[in-house]
Design a protein around this ligand. Structure first.
Ligand code: PHB
Ligand code: FE
Length: 325
């Protein structure tokens, strides 16, 4: 396994630190992130890079592959991570120009966290919709630790149950988002039989989601064994191209999202999916996808957290699509 060198303390002429991970180098200037590796280099707009990096760190490398774009990204092996350039790019692969290092998840997370901390300026929130945040561009200008250190909502059983992650309200600092002012905020009445007060529970799911201050950040609002309901509010575009290692179900709860669906390995186009309120889709286990939400919308992502799944799909013991029509 390649060694992770501690990040250097050298500050570049734009005021930012430069970082090394194995043989990868990371540098930023006023507009771009620059990634280098033996035999290649890559440039990404810094807003796009920081939004992708934020998700990769906050989600602990997520399920399967987090493509920052068509070239750079990570694949989660749940303990180790492949950090790659061109690994899932048909053109790079055809010319044998791809590069990958397998590193320990802890090391990669620590280094990515340090990059995120140093390169995120005051006023820029990588989780916010573009209309709700300041600029990431320019010379080094302070930090935004509260934005990048938000803890992800992960309910043990269900949001709002005793001892579990709390409901949201004005008083708890979660106002209704500007685009969800029309959402009814009344809560259901629950009349439990004596003795079952901690077992019977309900809350206004739309009201809860209307108070999310982040975009493209599924949170676990209920868990039944491996079945995780992960709703999220979306605006602008998913900052990563997610390569699935299992099937994911999407339920479009409000408004609409347009999805580009590509082959997971090569990036070759496979489908366009326009999801409107009420639509349900099963995203196959052998694709990558990226969504575009023209206005803030609500999406329910249903994940199966069974750790046996990636291998079952990789060995073709399960079909990549869960339903045949
Ligand atoms: C996904 O890759 O399936 C995904 C990720 C983040 C979201 C929604 C969907 O907010
Ligand atoms: Fe996905």
């Amino acid at each position: 396994m390649a060694e992770v060198k501690p990040s250097q303390d050298k500050v570049n002429r734009h005021g930012y630190r430069s970082f090394t991970l194995g043989k990868f180098g990371f540098d930023r200037d006023e507009y771009f992130a620059h990634v280098t590796w033996p035999g290649g280099s890559h440039t990404m707009p810094i807003d796009k890079f920081l939004r992708a990096l934020m998700r990769d760190v906050a989600w602990n490398f997520f399920y399967g592959t987090v493509n920052f774009d068509e070239v750079f990204g990570t694949t989660n092996h749940y303990g180790t991570v492949d950090v790659y350039a061109g690994l899932y790019n048909g053109g790079y692969r055809a010319q044998n120009k791809h590069y990958v290092e397998t590193l320990s998840s802890d090391q990669v997370r620590a280094l990515f966290g340090a990059i995120l901390e140093d390169w995120t300026n005051a006023g820029f929130d990588p989780f916010a919709a573009p209309s709700e945040t300041g600029t990431p561009f320019g010379r080094k200008n302070g930090t935004n630790l509260p934005a990048i250190q938000r803890s992800r909502v992960v309910a043990k059983r269900m949001v709002g149950l005793k001892g579990d992650t709390p409901l949201r309200s004005d008083d708890s600092g979660s106002p209704v988002n500007r685009q969800f002012r029309d959402i009814d905020q009344s809560e259901p009445e629950v009349h439990a039989e004596p003795g079952f007060e901690d077992e019977v529970h309900a809350f206004n799911f739309f009201g809860y989601l209307s108070r999310s201050d982040v975009t493209w950040n599924p949170s676990v609002t209920s868990a039944v064994k491996d079945s995780l309901l992960c709703p999220t509010t979306e605006e602008y575009m998913l900052p990563i191209i997610h390569g699935n290692d299992r099937v994911e179900w999407f339920v479009q709860l409000s408004d609409e999202i347009h999805w580009d669906v590509h082959d997971r390995e090569t990036g070759a186009p496979r489908a366009r999916v326009i999801m409107k309120a009420g639509d349900v889709a099963a995203m196959p286990a052998d694709i990558r996808h990226q969504g575009y939400s023209p206005k803030r919308s609500m999406l329910l992502v249903w994940e199966n957290a069974d750790s046996a799944l990636p291998e079952l799909y990789a060995k073709k013991k399960l079909k990549p699509n869960p339903v045949d029509f």
